[in-house]
Design a protein around this ligand. Structure first.
Ligand code: ATP
Length: 215
């Protein structure tokens, strides 16, 4: 993943000066910044959920053409409280026969064995986050880039350590990770501190706006 001259923009709010970064195969980028700095916005831009303006991003040239190589787990985690743990994972991950076999070990990895048929509404906040994170044990290099927004929130220390191990296993396989967190990570990673690129202005010059914004 290469970003060049990227400006973080939410609506008509310009949140950062142009920034550059590269996340090579095997690397983790930890995006830091205060509340409202634009971390979630940046991840959503990289996931293609918000328009990229004032710069460019490029996925890597050798991405497998058969699979969308990005897995995004956002703040809201995308889980449905009325569905069970198993139903959520089936829906979120489009389980096929290969990943279905991995489901028990993924649930074991996130400590949710025995909760398969429990509605997510009946889980604690940390357990809900574990449901979302179970996807990291169900994915392989078909999702080479993991974009994780505050994955450590609400997790206990044991789960934080397991998650860090899973991130390292992913990078050892050649994967890439970009995550946001207000906590320090105990694993090797590059830091992108948005405080160094801080900007706060309303966009008046519409040259920064994407075509989508102009419509
Ligand atoms: N849905 C939205 N519509 C318009 N502006 C928004 C929206 N969500 C966030 N913003 C604004 O965009 C800015 C950046 O928000 P963002 O969520 O990216 O920050 P963050 O760094 O992830 O913050 P936090 O650490 O609190 O999660 C904030 O000033 C916020 O007010």
């Amino acid at each position: 993943m290469i970003a060049k001259n990227l400006q973080i923009v939410r609506g008509d709010l310009l949140l950062s000066d142009p920034l550059d970064f590269t996340v090579e195969s095997g690397q983790i980028l930890h995006v830091q910044g205060h509340n409202g700095a634009g971390k979630t916005t940046l991840l959503m831009m990289l996931a293609g959920l918000l328009p990229v303006v004032g710069g460019s991003t490029l996925l890597w040239a050798d991405a497998k053409p058969s699979a969308w190589p990005v897995l995004y787990i956002g703040h809201r985690m995308g889980i449905n409280s009325t569905l069970s743990v198993r139903q959520n994972l089936e829906f979120l991950h489009a389980l096929n026969s290969e990943t279905l076999i991995q489901l028990p070990s993924a649930l074991e990895a996130v400590g949710l064995v025995g909760y398969e048929d429990t509605p997510v509404a009946q889980l604690s906040s940390g357990q809900k986050r574990r449901v979302a994170l179970a996807r990291l044990w169900l994915t392989s290099l078909s999702s080479e880039l993991w974009l994780l927004d505050e994955p450590l929130t609400a997790l206990d220390q044991v789960m934080v350590e397991r998650l860090c191990q899973q991130l390292q296993a992913h990078t050892k396989r050649g994967g890439r990770v970009i995550l946001t967190s207000h906590q320090s990570l105990t694993i090797p990673c590059q830091i992108l501190n948005l405080a160094e690129y801080s900007a706060s202005a309303f966009i008046e010059d519409d040259s920064l706006l994407s075509n989508e914004d102009r419509i």
